[in-house]
Structure formats: C-alpha cells, structure tokens
Design a binder for this molecule. Structure first.
Ligand SMILES: [Zn+2]
Length: 421
C-alpha cells in the first residue's frame, strides 16, 4: 500500500452520517424523502452539500446543466476522474439512492485534500440532477443533457405533479437549453478519464449472499413491449369442447411457461437474463367466469447485459408465439418494440474495484445491475466507467432502504483504493 492509498480515517464516517441525517431531515415528506427532479427537494440537497463542501475548503460550482461540481481548491492538472451519482429521488423514496454516491465522492475528496499535493489524484465530484424517471417519465435526464443526448422531444415532457414541461423547469434553473437542444455536450469529454459511481444495490442478492460491497460488471439493457394482444375466440365455457377452443389465457400461459423454461436453460448456460410479464389481463368489461377468454393483453420485458442475449431471447419469444398461434388458433399482435442498450463497465475498472475488495479482505463477487444508473450513459458515451454496489436491505425506491454505514465506508475505501491503484 503506498502512502497515497492509506485508508480513510473513521472521523469521515461521522461526516457521512451527519450529511445523510441532515439531507434526510431537509427533504422529509412525512413518509420517506422527496427530491423532485429539477425541483425543490433536489435543489435543497444540492445546496446543503455545496454549503458543506465550501465550509470544508473544497471548491463548488454549478455546471451548465445546474449539476453541482465539487473539486479540490487547486485541481491537479490532467484528465480527471468523476465520482458521480444523482440527488433526486422518487416520491416518498429512500435517502440513500443516489445520495450515497455523492457523499462517497465528498469523503474521498476530503481525504485527498489532506494528502501532499504530489499524491493528489485529479478527482471531481458530480452531483447530478434528474436521474429518476418518476417525475418526467424519462430517466438519466441530467447525464444525457451533460453529454448532449437529451432531445427536444424529451424537453417537452411534463412533470407528473405540476404539469410543468421539463424545458421550463430547466430554464428556471438557468440551464443552457439552447445547447441541450442542439445536442452539444455541456462538459469537455476529452478531459474525463473515467466515471465512477457508488450506489446502493436495489435488489436482494447481496443481502442474501452476505456481500457488503461488490464490483458491478454492467447495467442491463432491455427489450420491451408495453402491450401484446393475444386474440382467440370467446365461447360458452360449458358448451365448447377442448379441440374447438381458441382460449387466449391458455395460449398465453403456455407461452410464458415455455419462456420460463428457456430462461432457466439459458441461465444454466451462463447467460445474463431476466424476464418479466408485469401486466397480464383479460378484458374486464367482457370477461366472466363462464366465458372462454377471447383476448388477453400482456406486457413483455427481457433484460440482459448482453445485446445478443436480448435479441436471442426476443426471437425465441416470437417463434414461440408463432408455434402457439398454429397449435391453438390464436393470433399475437405486437405494439412498438422498445430497446434500451446495455452498458458494460470498463474491464479495467471492474478489476480494479474487485482487487480493492480483495485488498480489504472482503468476500464478494462481481454482480450485474438490473436497475439503471447514470454510469450507463457515461459508459455508452465511451467514457471508461465503473460502479461499486453497497449492500442494502428492503429494496429501493421506498423509505425502508437500509444501508449499514459500515458497508458504505467499506465501499468508499474500495473506491479510494481503486482510484489510487
Ligand atoms: Zn439511483
């Protein structure tokens, strides 16, 4: 271990506890926390962190997307590493989603600030706005705007609570709308060496496996249909024999059980895959106990870190639909196919973070992220990216998120070691 990667001192853990408490109280909504994208709670959190960082002798400024950038008072020259995450939350959300990553960055900056200048790495903390899709129906607005990828159509999206278009909410914060509309990046991409994000895990794997922290291999992309309609034929449930039926529910049940089996096999072969049919319904206006169901509407979603796996599973679904159409006399009608590209973390950073875990003597494995994160936007823009997950109980996007501060501190240490390796 060189002198520059000596571990962060425990008093910094106290600093983190105070910041989490202060921001939770300031954005408390009575149930959880509410930090609206490009709105009130998000701005409160940004300002509190800016005040704190300034008091500590760090330099704060807001970029052209009204995100907060925190740096050392004298930023070392050369390309810099960004440690970033978001400060908005879902309505009645949890305190750690997003905020943990920004607080982690601040702790690392405070630690680096105390090192001799020759050992200071060029690190910037980026507290992003607008990551949650809950407010405007669009995720990653802050990072997309920064990288010149937020569209004019996106800017017309309206807030779920106030109906205010995103364009107006951004203008009120003095954000450079003209540049965003023209697709101009708001940061100098050539100056960015890497984007690193620490985030709570939003699924149950790490708690179940007893891994306090983990390096993330990538962020799953997806293929979705909001609505697939299976059209069969209604009939009297007592009068029509099995061979003459066109039962839409049984057709869909067969489809889903076949897909579940394909999923099991592909996963056994080592492929990264999750499939969900979250909406499944007969027509409530006409369905009845004694009527053979003539129509089912359902949603389809497959997620994977691998583009080829996504497409392969999608084609399996389509071919199953064809087979079942023939055998059961039904028809499947698809709405628009929606695609979100997966994002792989850079192998170099995945390894550095894994090695840092090893150095800290932590038993863990590399995990895939099922949930989306700003790191996906940076990775897909060609910036080498890495993520570290912190164990968290009770899921996320709810007030019951439970991250142990000891786990958080291990994650910050690992991130720090990885940066200095
Ligand atoms: Zn998040």
């Amino acid at each position: 271990m060189t002198s520059s990667n000596v571990l962060l001192k425990p008093p910094l853990l106290e600093v983190a506890a105070q910041l989490f408490k202060q921001i939770r109280e300031a954005t408390d909504d009575g149930v959880g926390v509410t930090r609206e994208s490009y709105g009130r709670g998000e701005t409160i959190a940004l300002n509190l962190l800016a005040d704190f960082a300034t008091q500590q002798g760090l330099l704060c400024r807001f970029d052209q997307g009204a995100n907060l950038i925190i740096t050392l008072p004298e930023q070392p020259v050369g390309q810099h590493i960004i440690i970033g995450s978001h400060l908005d939350s879902v309505p009645q959300g949890g305190n750690f989603d997003g905020l943990a990553g920004v607080v982690a960055g601040i702790l690392i900056l405070l630690h680096i600030k105390a090192l001799p200048p020759s050992q200071q790495k060029p690190v910037q903390v980026l507290a992003l706005r607008g990551e949650e899709s809950a407010w405007f129906g669009k995720a990653y607005m802050g990072s997309l705007a920064l990288l010149g990828k937020l569209t004019a159509e996106d800017l017309n999206l309206k807030a779920r609570d106030t109906g205010q278009p995103l364009r107006e909410a951004m203008t009120a914060l003095n954000i450079s709308i003209d540049k965003i509309e023209q697709g101009e990046p708001l940061i100098e991409l050539a100056n960015v060496a890497a984007y690193l994000e620490l985030h709570i895990e939003q699924g149950p794997i790490m708690v179940a496996r007893k891994w306090p922290i983990a390096s993330v291999s990538g962020i799953r992309g997806n293929i979705r249909h909001n609505r697939i309609t299976c059209k069969g034929e209604t009939g009297h449930s007592g009068a029509v024999p099995r061979w003459m039926r066109k039962d839409a529910v049984l057709a869909c049940a067969e489809l889903l059980s076949h897909l579940d089996e394909h999923w099991r096999v592909l996963q056994q072969m080592g492929m990264d895959l999750v499939m969900t049919c979250g909406i499944f319904s007969t027509n409530s206006a006409s369905h009845a106990l004694s009527v053979i169901p003539g129509e089912v509407q359902f949603s389809f979603e497959v997620r994977s870190q691998d583009t080829a796996t996504l497409e392969q599973f999608y084609q399996l679904m389509k071919s199953e639909c064809q087979d079942i159409s023939r055998s059961r006399g039904v028809e499947f009608v698809f709405d628009r196919k929606l695609y979100t590209a997966p994002a792989l973390m850079s192998e170099d950073w995945v390894n550095k973070i894994s090695m840092a875990c090893e150095q800290l003597d932590i038993k863990t494995e590399i995990v895939a992220s099922g949930a989306g994160h700003d790191a996906a936007v940076f990775a897909n823009a060609g910036i080498p990216s890495g993520m570290i997950f912190i164990r968290n109980e009770h899921g996320s996007h709810n007030p019951h998120e439970a991250m142990d501060l000891k786990d958080f501190f291990l994650g910050v240490q690992a991130l720090h070691i990885a940066i200095h390796s």
